[in-house]
Design a protein around this ligand. Structure first.
Ligand SMILES: [Zn+2]
Length: 88
């Protein structure tokens, strides 16, 4: 049975870009390894090598703690106007 491939080819984007250190303040770089809901993408989907995946993990966890990126995005619970709830 043919395997469904979400990503075209497996290669480490960080190795290609010759990234030696991933800055947790750079949300753009971290975005490569985050899903649309800002979860860390598993290595089997992104094709990151182990070394870079560990760097990404650490950077993402630091970025979350410093509020550079959110912990979770729940579209169900997102309130359009947050002040409406306060007035009730
Ligand atoms: Zn790599």
């Amino acid at each position: 049975m043919a395997e469904k491939r979400k990503f075209a080819r497996k290669y480490c984007k960080y190795c290609e870009a010759k990234v030696e250190y991933i800055d947790y303040k750079d949300a753009k770089i971290l975005r490569h390894s985050l899903s649309e809901r800002y979860k860390i993408m598993p290595r089997r989907l992104t094709g990151n090598c182990k070394r870079h995946q560990e760097m990404v993990e650490l950077a993402i966890k630091r970025a979350r703690a410093t509020a550079v990126i959110p912990y979770i995005i729940d579209t169900q619970k997102v309130v359009a106007v947050p002040f409406e709830q306060l007035q009730q």
